[in-house]
Design a protein around this ligand. Structure first.
Ligand code: NIG
Ligand code: FE
Length: 436
């Protein structure tokens, strides 16, 4: 097999020694086995951050590689695509540790929300924080995501709840960092105190003022559509207002109660519907038929001591299933997709392979990036993980610790030996600069 790269510069990155390379693209490469397309004794070649070749290491000799290309030896370990986390609330200030204790003592999430705590307490702290303070907090969290293998993540606003504070959050979400990010406007997360008792007026303001002000800063629009939050008609108005501005619609749906969110997501053809804890067969069919990606958030069920969403039923029906952390200060304070995989296996009874697919390809689909990330295939970004272990079956099984040793984003090594690679000025200009 010879790699023909017409008119292009030579390949500048070579990974060899992958005992197991999970392409996540069965059929894409000769020899790739099983539902995840696993190649044994594999290698991968990239140019300018994009994969150009994946195959058996024994075929590597025929690939034209620059003499000074960066070489990485996986040493027989397992290589997977970087995780994609399609649902996070990574920008916020303050802590809700006290609330966690109250929940453990029996107070419910809904009771805390209704009594002015919960989201409102994070809103108070986030409004009081400066852009710079939020950037520092966010960058620190993005490091934690990256250390645990997340190379692409979605970040929502939703703790500002004024036009300016939502913009501040969306700007903080863009803090300089190697992770790839997608930005979502969640101005309709909750009715802020100054609009108490006037939710429709708040929704009017979100549609007329907040969303237009965020044009260009948010690719997606989202609403917390649920009992105790916003209703179906209010949610529809916000999503349609966002869509009119070119944002694609997502929805927090049926987390607390079956309340019409999934049906709305199917009606509008949202790119994803997230949570889905209380859905039944009718909603499952509707989501599948409308090709809405079902985003599962098992960390939230775990943290709330609540029921898990019917991920297996969604898969059995033929829906596209994604996995995410829902990282937020209230219901899931966890940046770790490995933990989400473990919980999807135990709580939702997904197989480790199903969970890994949902954490990569499924998650990429939930962000409209299935052509960019989520698998190791020619043409996609060279975002990959080297695990501490020989096989991908370690994921879910070896839990509560970090088994990601090395992380590459666009061929650049950003985590090495389980630690963030320090790069001068916080930038990664060149793959070589990041490799010791
Ligand atoms: O996805 N459900 C609504 N929003 C978040 C929780 C936000 C919070 O409690 O701060 C969620 O679980
Ligand atoms: Fe959420």
């Amino acid at each position: 097999m010879t790699l023909v790269v017409s008119g292009a510069s030579p390949c500048d990155f070579v990974l060899r020694g992958a005992g197991e390379l999970v392409t996540m693209a069965p059929g894409s490469v000769p020899g790739a086995e099983g539902e995840l397309g696993v190649l044994r004794d594999a290698a991968l070649v990239a140019r300018e951050g994009r994969i150009v070749w994946v195959g058996r290491e024994s075929d590597l000799t025929s690939v034209a590689v620059a003499a000074d290309a960066v070489e990485v030896d996986a040493g027989g370990a397992c290589v997977t695509p970087g995780f994609v986390d399609p649902h996070t609330h990574a920008v916020f200030a303050g802590s809700r540790a006290a609330e966690f204790e109250a929940r453990l003592a029996g107070t419910t999430y809904s009771e805390i929300l209704a009594s002015g705590g919960g989201i409102n307490s994070t809103v108070r702290a986030t409004r009081a924080a400066s852009l710079e303070e939020l950037e520092v907090l966010t960058a620190r969290r993005l490091d934690t995501f990256l250390l645990h293998g997340t190379t692409t993540l979605e970040v929502k606003s939703g703790y500002g709840l004024t036009t300016q504070d939502e913009l501040k959050m969306l700007r903080a979400a863009r803090v300089e960092h190697p992770t790839r990010r997608a930005y979502t406007h969640l101005g309709a997360h909750f009715v802020p105190p100054e609009y108490e008792g006037r939710p429709d007026e708040y929704i009017n303001m979100v549609c007329a003022e907040m969303l237009p002000a965020a044009e260009g800063l948010a690719e997606f629009v989202d609403v917390f559509c649920d009992q105790g939050a916003f209703g179906v008609d209010q949610s529809r108005r916000v999503l349609q207002a966002g869509e009119a501005l070119g944002m694609r619609a997502k929805l927090h749906a049926d987390e607390i109660a079956l309340s019409g969110g999934s049906d709305l997501a199917a009606e509008l053809g949202c790119i994803s519907a997230d949570h889905l804890v209380h859905i039944g067969p009718a909603q499952i069919r509707a989501l599948r038929d409308a090709a809405v990606v079902a985003v599962m958030l098992p960390g939230t069920s775990f943290s709330l001591g609540a029921k898990y969403a019917p991920a297996r039923d969604l898969l059995a029906a033929g829906a596209t299933v994604a996995l995410a952390t829902d990282f937020n200060p209230g219901t899931c304070y966890c940046e770790n997709m490995q933990m989400a995989i473990a919980l999807a296996c135990q709580g939702m009874k997904l197989t480790p392979s199903q969970a890994l697919r949902a954490a990569t390809m499924g998650a990429a689909a939930a962000l409209g990036r299935a052509d960019q990330v989520g698998s190791l295939e020619a043409g996609k970004w060279c975002d990959l993980l080297i695990l501490d272990g020989e096989g991908h079956h370690e994921l879910g099984y070896h839990f509560g610790v970090n088994i990601v040793r090395e992380v590459m984003v666009g061929s650049r090594r950003v985590v090495s030996g389980g630690r963030r690679v320090a790069v001068s000025g916080g930038h990664l200009h060149d793959a070589r600069a990041a490799v010791s």
